[in-house]
Design a protein around this ligand. Sequence first.
Ligand code: PEP
Ligand code: MN
Length: 344
Amino acid sequence: MIIVLAQESTAEDRQHIVDVIKTHGLDVHISIGKERTIIGVIGDESKIENLPLEIFSGVEKVMQVTKPYKRVSREFHPDSSVITIGANRDGTVSTKIGGEHFSVIAGPCSVESEEQIIATAIAVKKAGATALRGGAFKPRTSPYSFQGHGLEGLKMLSAARTATGLPVVTEVMDTRDVELVSEWADVIQVGARNMQNFNLLREVGISRKPVLLKRGLAATIEDLLLSAEYILAGGNEEVILCERGIRTFEKAYRNTADLAAIPIIHELSHLPIIFDPSHSLGKRTHVTTLSCAAIGAGCDGLMIEVHLNPEVALSDGPQCLTANQFEKCMMKLKPFVELTGKKL
Ligand code: PEP
Ligand code: MN
């Protein structure tokens, strides 16, 4: 249920409504927007079905929410959320994602060495990237593939942040590592394979670091939004969604980029949604083209894999752009971003 307050409603009206709802054992989510204040009700609404909220002072209307997710829904929060990453860390240039802001997160699939990640960070920053990515804990299909450098990888990422000022985005796979990764990273990534690892979602929900939540390989848009709901329900409202392609019968590329998910998610949710062309395609050709298409669809940013020498990359070499290719890609993207009215 959402309660839309009248423009002339007062803070006392709002507080009274919240108090009454809470005394019935329900929780509220308040969104104070530019136009309207909305109180979202969370919990067993049958407990307040006889409450005549429509006639409470300051109430304009009461509406039922039919969606299974609440806190992530645009109904609860009409204004688009803008998430700041890299804030509160000295020497880091913070960047915003969502609303009118566009961000490009770039870097290798895996952090391989300190030299590699620093050199890549310098190169992507020069080309206009606003954040650095790199995996220290890697979810690999084969147990014999490179699994990442773990804590050492986090330290290498931190050195790259110090060298460039770029905020860093890195994946956490295990509930036991959430605290550690939150300490070293500016954004904690939950990868596609863990999108429905509910214990992990609960744990990152308790953390106070922005979360990049990637859509699962076979997840519907509703599944993705419900996973985000877990994080918001834990108290962490800084969630950035990421479309990275889903499994279909098509074999000409790695995953099918569901670009329609971008405007649909904007319609359903206030959370920013970025697009990852690299894991969608599985090869570097067409990364730029697909990125332009995603910008056209309204994404709030991109995550692009870049390796200075993809031939020797320890993971995902075929889909990584070289520094030179990334620079060209960024030059091509910029006018598209400008056309959408967003700022890069
Ligand atoms: C990644 O971004 O490093 C990654 C493993 O992506 P995904 O979870 O989308 O496969
Ligand atoms: Mn990768």
